[in-house]
Design a protein. Structure first.
Lengths: 407, 407
């Protein structure tokens, strides 16, 4: 007997059959005696179709009107899901973002939830209704409709779970949990029973697209118990919480790969104070986010600085640095986008200094060259050639999990 | 310099080109110095598509959730139209029914507007924005979305015009005004420059589907000047107002035809007091609306009562009357749905007793038999065989307008 928030993504409600499947999951939860609040995304390609309709009319529509347009997608899926639940004989009501009291700031297209005025939801729960809420949207102080941007429906679900002090927030997706590596790429990848918020955050940043970072950050801040679970398999998923059971044997929670990365190296920088500050403040001023930074001593009195950016920023970063060649003083710029970042994540590695070494050993044994290394308390990332990336994930995964999976 | 409400129907905004056309009409009005409030229907088949989506999931969805679903159609067309207006460089904002303050009762699917809290619209007009409002919808006292049922967008437009004391409410459609007869059927049918509310009401009831009755009734009540006008032709339309210019020569405003009619005749009723009351209260109790009623003396001490209903009610009416044969006392029931009602409407006929006679003469000359006659102050209706209906409209129209159109 608890209050459960269940969120279903666009592929889970893509057509009438899937809406019926979702309705079945919801009513089964309800009939086990729980109060249920449901958050839905728009059906399948609805949002893309609406964007296309807008582009036909105006190549640069205002974000305010785009939000007015796009918010209809979730309203449609919510009304349809409510009808499917009616068909199964349970009391139900669907609510838009404004009806559900989701108040946001005014950043149309990328709004942040400021608070949830949950009186209406509580009243509907008190009369024992299942409450279906449109994800991805809210209203601002002008009573205008806003959308939350990427990962918005996950964030809506966590925000509602926090506001309602829900016992659990289940994120239903088309994967059945968080794995130690991408199961489509890595034979032997295992589903994790539990993972900490911090580990999940590192994994999300590293390209494991299970949960959007904003939602995990919010869940951590308000201590909302999350579960990532499949809409299709019927199996238990992965719990995301403040403290997870430690996995004695492994220390790491997962291996992740990110190919959307490019490296720039400034070679032969004069060894003068403040040079790193000069370079990275210049890039920041131009809205270029830098990920890994490595500084090394070069020949004579010079040094080299290498760093990574997302691929789409590579040329812009090179151009800016070339324009400031005079003031920065360097010999040359090397760039490469034929690389990938492979990372291991795990709260357990803090107390196990051998973890990074184990990773390097696996890569060395496989003849994979490491270009850069970056470590944090719960993460080790390496840059390797793009061609080596999949094999790197596999050998690192085998090294840590091999004995568990019998390899 | 006035405040103009412009309403565009579903076919006027059916695709990107038509939305652009509507945006052009709106911005031209705005640039002539008027304040403009626009009411839109959903695009083309959107509403039907949404209904189909619902039926796939639940053959009897609740009306509350249907309204939640269907109201998205107008939200989409309004956002798209706002984007098209942005493209033409005018300030614009789209508003849903609740944002525009359209408050209704709680009859989901067929709600009535109770009031319009127009502060938001007035504030937007004060900052010189064009305001686009979703037709067909509002919210009830529970803050739930309601839709207005058939003709709802016309009603939305008139309600907004009344609340804002607009100088004119233009109803843009795919016809370019109100004609003296259906121009697709009757050669020589002429567009009326002006018509009174009462004449428009009679014409609407009689099957001239230009404006929905609810909107005309509301316009009459609040004395809102209406204009029926084409989105495509660019020509002036027909003004609908309290007092119209009299057309000296013709006395009638139009000829209309309604084929959705069936006649029942109770023959050989005993001539006892209260028999008409007994029959028609019985039908009313069963929600059967009766239109024309004719009572005549039969042979001996009996009489006959004939009346018309819409075709779909014919069998139900017959069944009810047969079930009560004992208490009503009649010889037999004749029914026929192979008939049509042809009517002439015109405020001018009150003072011209010869109008009805002129109509009958035209029909007699054409050899068309009249089964029933019904008259009101501004209307004469006759029942004729369905096969004669189109010819009846033509000869009556020619009789009254022939000299004007040169026949």
């Amino acid at each position: 007997m608890g209050l459960i928030v269940q969120k279903f993504g666009g592929s889970s409600v893509a057509n009438a059959d899937r809406v019926r499947n979702v309705a079945r999951i919801i009513t089964e939860t309800y009939r086990r005696g729980h109060k249920v609040v449901v958050v839905l995304s728009a059906q399948g390609d609805t949002t893309d179709d609406l964007i296309e309709k807008a582009r036909e009319i105006n190549s640069h529509p205002s974000k305010r009107e785009m939000d007015m347009l796009l918010s209809t997608g979730e309203q449609i899926s919510c009304a349809l899901c409510a009808m499917a639940i009616e068909n199964l004989g349970c009391p139900v009501v669907s609510l838009t973002g404004w009806q559900a009291g989701v108040r946001t700031d005014s950043a149309y297209g990328n709004a942040r939830i400021k608070r949830v005025d949950a009186e209406r939801i509580r009243a509907e729960l008190d009369r024992n209704a299942i409450v279906i809420v449109t994800g991805f949207q809210g209203i601002n102080k002008y009573d205008d409709i806003t959308t939350l941007g990427r990962g918005g429906s996950d964030t809506s679900a966590v925000a509602l779970a926090a506001a309602l002090h829900a016992d659990l927030c289940q994120i239903y997706t088309d994967v059945d949990g968080v794995y130690t590596a991408d199961p489509r790429l890595v034979p032997g990848a295992m589903k994790l029973e539990e993972i900490t918020f911090d580990e999940m955050l590192e994994l999300a940043t590293l390209g494991a697209q299970v949960l959007h970072n904003r939602s995990v950050e919010m869940a951590k801040r308000y201590n909302v118990n999350l579960e990532v679970i499949s809409s299709f398999s019927g199996q238990p998923g992965t719990k995301v919480k403040e403290v997870a059971k430690t996995m004695e044997k492994t220390h790491i929670s997962g291996v992740a790969k990110d190919k959307n990365v490019a490296r720039l190296a400034l070679v032969g920088l004069e060894d003068e104070p403040g040079i790193a500050f000069k370079i990275f403040s210049l890039l920041a001023k131009n809205n270029i986010n830098v990920d890994i930074i490595l500084q090394s001593i070069g020949r004579e009195d010079t040094k080299d600085i290498s760093f990574t950016v997302v691929k789409s920023d590579m040329e812009a970063a090179r151009k800016i640095l070339e324009e400031h060649r005079e003031s920065i003083h360097y010999d040359r710029i090397d760039v490469s986008d034929n690389i990938a970042k492979v990372s291991i994540v795990g709260a357990g590695m803090i107390n196990n200094p051998g973890v990074a070494a184990t990773m390097f050993e696996a890569l060395f044994n496989a003849g994979i060259n490491i270009h850069m290394i970056s470590t944090s308390e719960i993460k080790v990332s390496v840059l390797v050639d793009a061609a080596d990336a999949d094999r790197a994930v596999q050998v690192v995964h085998d090294k840590f999990y091999g004995e568990l999976t019998g390899k």
